[in-house]
Structure formats: C-alpha cells, structure tokens
Design a protein around this ligand. Sequence first.
Ligand code: ANZ
Ligand code: ZN
Length: 816
Amino acid sequence: MSNYGTSIDKKWQDKWEHDQTYKFDSSKLDKKLYTLEMFSYPSGAQLHAGHWFNYGPVDSWARLKRMQGYNVFQPMGFDAFGLPAENYAIKTGIHPQDSTIKNIAKMEEQLKAMGAMFNWENEVVTCMPDYYKWTQWLFLKLYEKGLAYRKKAPVNWCPSCNTVLANEQVVEGCCERCDSEVQKKDLTQWFFKITDYADELLDKLDDLDWPEKTKSMQKHWIGRSYGAQVTFKVKDSDLKFDVFTTRVDTLNGVTYVVLAPENKLVDKLTIPEYKEAIEEYKEAASKQSEIERQSSSKEKTGVFTGSYAINPINGKVVPIWISDYVLATYGTGCVMAVPAHDERDFAFATKFNLPIERVITDKGNTTPELPYCEHGVLVNSGKFDGLTTAEAKIKIVEELEKDSLGEMKVNYRLRDWLVSRQRYWGAPIPVIYCEKCGTVPVPEKDLPVELPYNVEFTPDGKSPLSKCEEFINTTCPHCGGHAKREADTLDTFVCSSWYYLRYPDNRNTDAPFDSELINKMLPVDKYVGGPEHACMHLLYARFINKALRDMGYLNFDEPFLSLTHQGLILGPDGLKMSKSKGNTISPDDYIKEYGADVFRMYLMFGFGYTEGGAWSDDGIKSVGRFVDRIERILENSRTVLESTENVKNTIDSPEKELNFWKHTAIKGVTEDGDKMQFNTAIARLMELVNAFNKYLQEKVKNPSFLKETIVDFLKLLAPFAPHFTEEQWSLIGNTTTIFNEKWPEFDPSALVKDEIEIAIQINGKIKAKINIPSNLTEEQIKEASLSNETIKENTNGKNIVKVIVIKGRLVNIVVK
Ligand code: ANZ
Ligand code: ZN
C-alpha cells in the first residue's frame, strides 16, 4: 500500500497556502498568462465530476506553463445569482442568500481539496454588493451610450405559476415546474443593444483560436443574411408592407404572401367574414415556441385574410395569408411566397391549392423538378428572362428602386439581449421612475442599489421586489419627489459578461477595474469551459468587451483569445450523470479513497480532454496502481543513491536507454501537454516509468545519472500529480517547491540511439536478433547479418537468392 493519500494532499495544500506559492506577481506582466476556467454557480449538489474535469486538467496545464516560465494568473469565483438558488428557495423555503453562502463555503472547501493553484485572493462572487455594484455600473454606462433601452416584448408566461419563465425554463412549450402550457405575454422589458455589434461579433470570429464548431454556432446565431426588402401595396387600400427575401430573383414567381400571425397589420387587413378564423389561428399560434414553428417536418397551417397584395415587379394580384411558419421577429415578419423554389412555400401551396409558378431553371436549361431551390437562370420573368440568379438580384432591385419599392438589405438573426428578469435573486436594475422626470438612472455615487433581504420571493406574477415597500419607494434623484425603483433584476448572464475583468482588480472600490492594469492583464490567454455557452455567455462577454472598449475603458477587442471545451464525463453506464438515474460519481468519496492526484490523473489519462466519456472504477484503480508503482520505484532509487556498492560513474548503454525514454517523455509531455492532449502526455510518463524500472534491475548503476533522471522525471510528473510530486521532491532532499523549478529541456540527440536491435529472418522466420550501430548503411547491415554465427549455420550450403533490409527493424534472407 502506498503512502500517498489525502493527508499528503493536505500537508502540501497547507504549505502552499502558508508560503503563498502561487501568489500572482503583478510586477512581472510581460510573461503573464491569464488562465481562466468558467466559474460555477453555487449549488446544493456541489462540485461534481464535470467541474473537476474542467478545473483539474486546466490546472495541470497552468502548472506546466508556470514551470516553463510563465507568470500564471488563475482565478476562481462564483456565478452566484440566478435561478438555481431561487428555485431551490421556492422549493425549500430557505432564503437564496443563505443557501448560496453555505454552498459557496462548501464548494470552496472542495476546490481547495483539488489542490489547484487558484489565486483565491482574487476571488469574485457575483451576488456580493462589492461586485454587483459594478454590474449596475455597467448597466448605467450602457444606458448612457444608448446601448440599454426599454421596450415592450413578448415573454414566456406560465398562467398557472403566474410568472414569467426564462427560455431555459420552457420545456417543449410547457412550464418546467408545473407542466402547464406556456403563453406569450407582452411586458415592458430592458434590452442591451447587442445587435449594434452584429457585424464585428461575426467578422472577428475568424481571428480567434476557438473550436470551429463554436465559431460556426455563433455565426449561425448572429445569422447575417444578404437579401432585399421589397414593398407590396395592399389592393384597394393605402396599406403596404415590406418583405425580406434572399431570393429577389424569384419575385415573378410569387403566388401569395404570408404574414406572421402577430403582425400588427393583420387586424387591418382581415375582412370581416374571415375575422373569426383569423382570431382563432392567432390564439393557437401564440402558444407555440419559435422552434416548433420553424420545424420543417411540421404540417403547414394558415388562414386567408380576405385581402390581396400587388406584386411590385409585375402588378399581379396575390392573396394575403397568415401562417405560423413566418416568425414575427425575423426580417419584417412578412414573406413573399414562391412555392416553385422554396420548400416551405411549396408545402403550404400544395396543402392550400395555391398556384405554383416556375421562374428558375438550372443552367443547362432543363426543367428540374419542383421545388427547385438552387440558383439558376430566370424564365417566365418577362425582361429578366435569361439572367442568372446573381445578375437578376441586382437588376430587379434596380428596377424596384426606381419606384422606391425595394432595396438591398442585410438582415440578422441576432436579437437584442433581453436582460430584465421578474425575479428576486439577481442584481437590481439601477433605475428610478419618477412621475415628473420619467426614467432616471440611479446616480453612480448611490450604487450599489442593494438587494433587500426580506422579500416574498414565491412567484405570483409580479416581480418580487415590487412587493417590497422599503425597496420600491424612493425619491427621485432629479427633483427629490416621490418615485419608484425598477423592480426587475438583471439576467445572470450580465453578471458573467464581465467577471474576467474584475478578477485581476477585485478589491478596487473606486472603479470596476483599473484600465491600465486590465489592459496589461487581458485578454485572457486560455479560457476553458463547457460548449453549452456558445451562443449565450461567450457571445455576451464579447459584446460587453467591445462596448467597454468603445467607451474607452479597454484597449483590446476580444476577451478570450483561445478557447477549449472540455468533454463530458458520463456515468459508468455511459449516460449523462443525473441524480434520478443514480449514476453520479461523487468526487469527494473517490478522493478520500485515492487522493486528489489520482482522481485528477485518472480524468486526464482516462479520457480525451475534449471528448470525455464514461467513468470507470477500473480506470481509476489502475491509475492508483500506477502512482503506487512510481512510489516504489522512487523508494528503490533512493536506496541506490545512498549506497556505495555496485556503483559506477560511466554512461553506458543502459544509461543511454533510460536517457532515450526520458527525452522521449520530455518531448511528448511538453508538446502534448501544451495542446491539452493530457492522455498521451501521461502515456509518455508511463513509458518512462517502465524504463526506470528496467534500469533499476541493472547490477551496477550510476547514482549521479540516476539522480538527474529522478529530478527530471519528477518535474515532468509535477503538473499532473502536484501533491504526490512535492512529497517525492522533498524526499530527495529539496526544501523549496518543485513548482519553482525550470521545466526540463529536450535534447534531440538523446533520441538518436547509437545501437539498435534488429531481427534477422530466413524465408520470413526469425532466426536471430543482433545489435548493430544505428548509423550503418544498407550494405553494412547485410554484411553484419550474413556474418552472424546462427545465420551462417542456417544458410550453410544453401543458395542465397536475395537479402531484403528494412532499416531499423529487420533483415529477411531468401534462400533456396
Ligand atoms: C422569397 C423566397 C424565395 C425565399 C425562394 C427563399 C427562397 P435567411 O436565409 O434565413 O435570411 N423569410 C423571411 N422572413 C421570414 C420570417 N419572418 N419567417 C420565416 N421566413 C422568413 O432566410 C430568408 C428567407 O426566409 C427569405 O427569402 C424568406 O423567403 C424567408 F425561392 O423570400 B425567401
Ligand atoms: Zn423626478
């Protein structure tokens, strides 16, 4: 049984803390390396295997970088506001603040047991007034710049819980908590104008060292689409409306137009006899999510309004319908339908017996089957016949422009960021409403607007803060008259959109951060966290960074230069871990049994870092055995170091052999470790351990060579097993931490073996093995093989037809 375990973990954690081993040296910023892992929200479930997989391996990476001379900054904190705590409070009656503080304390303890070199003195907790004061400041700055505004918008409403739901609380159109059908309801909400940055957010993605998939998800989410806006006049009326189309070349093929059911024009367009059907349809559509409405497999539905529109290119009169496949929030909320060349329009026209008119053929001028959705050549389009799609897009818009009935248009899928929540557990929005002065931002000197403790937070349809008289009633900062505070709180994604800027200067009481310092500390050099944040947190943070840059607070464009997503650790059954399935792995139990380093090293060796996979008890056991083995080998080595018998001071082939494996490991661990390919890095260490073991079987050994090898081996192992290695480091007589040592240097010449073993075959059967110098020519290898005694015997009297040399491996002699 090994000595390594939690008591050794504790011993070194205490020493590191006492010695402030990992304290960040802010005087040496030229070699700074800001390593950031996504902070977690404090939950009753505490630290799970997924957190460990995020934080443990990245800490190893950071340690490796530290030993390579980087001045590493690796902070940790808590994303402490938000729904999990509030929902837990609603369920148990325990106040979110109490449960959050308790959970943070427990999770800090767990994080410390991991032994990561977190800069705890830089901790950030978003629900503390000293932090959210600056979240509110951020809101005020955005408001000043016109980047925060208020407007009416539909929200998810649960009629039975009487509350607004966040998108993530709506599961297949129903309330996550009570399962009743979610409705849309219009409420006045606060928004951040992220759409102002759509182009930059999209274009700058190319410069980032991020996973391609994440970049393409953001691209799609921003969804820039080049097209045209075309105006249709309503027949026998002064009304008109615009459509957005990416295929204006198909304008002559429009056989009907469709409006989103929510479109404001619908009521005006509907003629009385269709009114009832239209109303019914609108009601049904309001209950569906956008995702359901956009599903291509969904049966098309819709209702005719009774009105007609005029096609601006040819004067043709087409019917106006409403259908839920048109979204109110995209483009103009109105679509020109071309069933011959669009799948959805085709399905709709087929169902409702609307005409289908071909206006595009393929370039070979055959008549491909409809719907034909590719680009091609125009037909049935009057003077535009024969033009290609690309040419027609320009010519048709030119024609429309003459009558101001159309223009080129860029459209984005991205919507402004809705940041107000009718929730208690969040940063209060720092705004006051005065009857005389209107909307008045809270003056900066009055920040923070503190979140009161005594609030009835069970949901009943109103923002909890609106029921808290002491909070809601205030005086107007302008006129001093009676006024009311905003009762909504900020989306927690606002808190996390800037936390990486606070870490390096977390105690600043005059400003959210000191710009001069932050401009040196950022961007974050390496960010690691789950891929689920691709279009939320990772986009919001980029936006806030750019907005603050444009206000002059920052001088860099992007917050996170390089991003990695760790994979997912699944339960032993290969399924996602969940309490209800009973397949969760509790890190604490395993750490008690094996120690933090074995747990960490198993995560790093047992899984591809970006892939993850199913937990295996056998896997962690075998890593445990590996650590035991290292311990035994090092113990034996120390005996050798102390002995005076059977020693030598020459470097012979056993030493060269071990040195070969050492440098193979230096190269492998350095290169693979850098790329976060931890599993192959550890495999190199295992090879080295085998070679070590082999060397120890030698009768006569070279102690000073052995010592040097132990030293380098421990340095290579240190990032992966920090506590264990510190212990071993001290056992060979060191009194200072191994993490202040320099990373071993790779010597390519050690990989050139001067002797290699090759096999000699006769007619494909191995007859002998010989050692030869590695630099022999093919001719010399042949000679050496043929002069071998065993081979001579075996070929005696036979006719040698051919000798095939496969360099570095074998020689095959063909005889007859
Ligand atoms: C006519 C047309 C003909 C279209 C054709 C396509 C093919 P992206 O690329 O995503 O921007 N559209 C426009 N607004 C819409 C809305 N609010 N809800 C649903 N669909 C909408 O898609 C733009 C295309 O999606 C537009 O081009 C429009 O259909 C449709 F052969 O116009 B198209
Ligand atoms: Zn006032």
